[in-house]
Design a protein around this ligand. Sequence first.
Ligand code: HAM
Length: 410
Amino acid sequence: MKINPVRGTHDFFGEEIKKFNKVITEVKEVAKRFAFNELSTPIFESSELFKKPLGDHSDVVLKEMYTFNDRNKDEITLRPEYTTPMIRAAISNGFLNNLPAKFFGTGQMFRRERPQKGRYRQFNQINFENFGSNDYFADIEIICLANILLKKLIPDSLITLHINSLGTKENLSDYKKVLSNFFTDNQKYLSKESINKIHTNPLRILDSKNAEDNEIIKKSPKIIDFISKTDLNNYKEIKKSLTDLEIPFFENLNLVRGLDYYCHTVFEFKTNQLGSQDTLIGGGRYDGLIKMLGGKDIPGVGWAGGIERIILLMKKIIQKNSEVHLAILNSNYKNHAIKIYDFLINNNFSVFWNYKYNLKKSLSLANEKNAKYLVIVGENEKINNNFTIKNLSNGDQISLNIDNILDYLK
Ligand code: HAM
């Protein structure tokens, strides 16, 4: 019986897992610098946590959630995103009593989308959230954090930051009506897929990937013309600060984001290297969401990044797999080899025992694994109670007893 992986899932190994681990290490490092605390939430939650906040008409809710009833008929959903679970956890654990509260987390998300390059049904997200601050510096801080993280992982030349402002929820609701009317009047220029969204989710037409829609989208009303003077000023300050921080950005007047909870600043770090799945990181403000989920009426701002997409753009990681490779010439010398094996491991060396008991095979494996040293254990070593160390970068070879080995290897 051959069982294949479920469509849209994938196994991580080799180069990919090295890159994955590097992403996690850098995320933790950057989080520490910006003083965000780690928060890990369950992979499944009550379905109601996602339905309303993500939008009754959003694709995520309509088509993509893995929802099921467990044995006592509770409706459960595998988390499709991390913002709502983080808010739920912050409320459940009383973290919102001390504001601002800054959290980050990484983990698997689940969306039943059509799989393609950079798009999976189970994928990993990095998530940063800042709860409780209206200060526009919170927006700058979170964008700056994303920028620093991406720079550590991929060349800047591959990424562009897109930003826009959506104003308040009220502005957005007025804008949606105007947009809906505009697209109704111009339906003949729209793709079938976009026509279906005119009355349910007209904002999503703006980021349609369908070439047919492009011309009419260019002529559509822009949200920026609907937002108040104060919001416009805040938005100007954000752009000014990004310029001061030398973070290049592109003002994308059609950027609206795919989930319903956004308002004010929205942003995406995009690349032109991945075809249609071109957003590495997406986020923005979500005033009102925390209250909707039963918390205080406080604002929030954050982002999520797709680890699989980031990995696709990372360079190969050159890593020494094993510092020391053991070449045991014959299985009779195993007991002598165990002494050096145990000694090196206890002194924090990485040691590879290859089960070959053959010099030639051990040498070629050691080279394949990029080992720094080969420790040879044979007849002479056993008789003299020492070990022969071969430096694989310059070929030098020396026999030493165990007490002198550390000095040589360091
Ligand atoms: P999102 O735009 O739905 O936002 O997802 C964020 C990122 O997750 C995307 O830019 C992409 O890199 C990755 N991603 C999404 N779907 C997939 C998939 N099927 N396969 C691989 N990667 C994927 C959110 O999830 C919001 N919660 C972001 C946020 C946090 N907003 C405020 N705080």
